[in-house]
Design a protein around this ligand. Structure first.
Ligand code: ADP
Length: 426
């Protein structure tokens, strides 16, 4: 464990720490960021109304549109003279989201990434193949700083140039790799294509994140690269990667949220009402310690559940894997549908690869879903379509059309990402 006294802090003490930090955060933001002062004033609230973390639900949510409205620096709580770094995340629509860090914030970033790396199996003295993109995105430099703090040797490979990555993995012998799950799949496919035995690699742990993934992808990467793969989650608005991390010995039980820094809530996606632990809804975060770009109740749009795990090594709360985005959820003939549900069914059939997409169309008044999925090999049995169709109908309750395609037939974006949903109704 990287920071045992914090990671195993008794819950009552953790709550006290969160309360203390939260109360001073509200005061800071009220005084230093006009947006928050206005938000509180509009609700007739003042810093004095916040006595403990329990009062957090009095606050309104902060949304991505608020950040866009104050582009680029309007949400910063410190003058530029105190800013040590600026990052930005890709704006799928319009301008990017700009975030800033003081030197202390960068220390916090390093700390949570160092904790996450240890949680993933890494140790001081190991080498990290860092294939997250360096640059404006938080991934590359974020992982880099945390690994350095932990005492690892960082190989700053960044993204792309797969051929070179394969060589580095073989020759430099890193024990740990971090990248997106889809890129880990690409690397594993390329090794297989070249007939390279992964037993010749030193890599043992893969820290995968920045996009949703499933157990199906985990199995593929773990077999293909001969690693233990764990989930790292984060977003630039909160800090970057390292908001939460899955433990390599507790796989499948969720990822620890470092809640001494990031206070999580899960709320109903329609009403915004806080939900009980274990219930699925929108994940909302409040940063308790950040200086340059603190944020109150940030609406991530990511759907998951949070819960305490009594059998876990650490006391901090865990989040489930991300089931999708609140804006990504399909409603098909009254049934809520996440593409990952279809993925789980596909995973049960060894004849199929994890590469698939859903095409949604409206025919008359009816929404229809077609599943395109690539087969795992070049040949497949005649009735595979109907087997998959029936399995989906049985488990999800929806009838979908199926097309089984040749490997590589579904179009990929430039970065090699496969877009899971093509919604033609819009
Ligand atoms: P990044 O550059 O790391 O992708 P962004 O801030 O641009 O950071 O994107 C953050 C979003 O990426 C999250 O809100 C979430 O939707 C997605 N994301 C990041 N990590 C994961 C993960 N481990 N699982 C699922 N989704 C993730």
């Amino acid at each position: 464990m990287y920071n045992k006294s914090i990671e195993c802090m008794p819950l009552a003490q953790l709550r006290e720490l969160q309360s203390k930090r939260f109360v001073s955060l509200v005061e800071r933001l009220y005084n230093d960021v006009p947006f928050y002062k206005q938000q509180l004033n509009e609700k007739g609230l003042a810093p004095g109304d916040f006595k403990s973390i329990e009062d957090i639900s009095k606050l309104p949510f902060t949304k991505k549109t608020d950040l866009r409205d104050h582009y680029p620096y309007g949400m910063f709580a410190k003058p530029m003279s105190e800013i040590a770094r600026i990052h930005a995340s890709s704006g799928t629509t319009g301008k990017p989201t700009v975030v800033g860090y003081t030197k202390n914030d960068l220390d916090i970033f390093d700390e949570v990434v160092a904790r996450s790396l240890v949680c993933a199996g890494a140790k001081p003295g190991m080498k990290l193949h860092n294939a997250y993109g360096y640059g404006l995105f938080t991934g590359g430099l974020g992982m880099h700083g945390g690994a350095t703090k932990l005492g690892m040797a960082v190989i700053p490979v960044s993204g792309g140039m797969t051929e070179r990555q394969l060589t580095i993995l073989q020759d430099f012998k890193p024990e740990v790799i971090c990248c997106t799950p889809s890129y880990a799949q690409t690397l594993s496919d390329e090794f297989a294509k070249r007939g390279i035995d992964t037993k010749d690699l030193a890599v043992k742990y893969a820290v995968l994140g920045a996009e949703p993934w499933t157990e199906a992808i985990r199995s593929q990467v773990e077999v293909g690269l001969d690693v233990t793969a764990t989930n790292i989650y984060g977003l630039s608005e909160i800090i970057g990667p390292g908001v939460s991390q899955e433990d390599y010995e507790e796989k499948g039980t969720g990822s620890y949220i470092w809640e001494d820094h990031f206070y999580p809530e899960v709320v109903d996606k329609d009403t915004g009402q806080p939900l009980a632990h274990g219930e699925e809804g929108v994940l909302v975060f409040t940063t308790l310690t950040k200086e340059a770009f603190p944020i109150l109740r940030y609406w991530t749009n990511d759907i998951c559940a949070i819960n305490y795990d009594q059998n876990a090594k650490r006391t901090h709360i865990k989040m489930s894997s991300i089931k999708g985005r609140a804006d990504d959820m399909l409603i098909i003939r009254g049934v809520n549908l996440f593409h990952t549900q279809v993925e789980e069914v596909i995973h049960t059939m060894k004849e199929l690869s994890p590469n698939y997409r859903l095409i949604v169309e409206r025919t008359g008044n009816m929404d229809t879903v077609k599943v395109e999925v690539e087969s795992a090999g070049s040949r497949h049995e005649e009735n595979l379509e109907s087997v998959l169709k029936n399995k989906i109908k049985d488990t999800i309750g929806l009838s979908m059309d199926i097309e089984i395609m040749a490997p590589g037939a579904i179009p990929r974006s430039q970065g090699g990402k496969l877009s899971r949903i093509l919604d033609k109704r819009k």
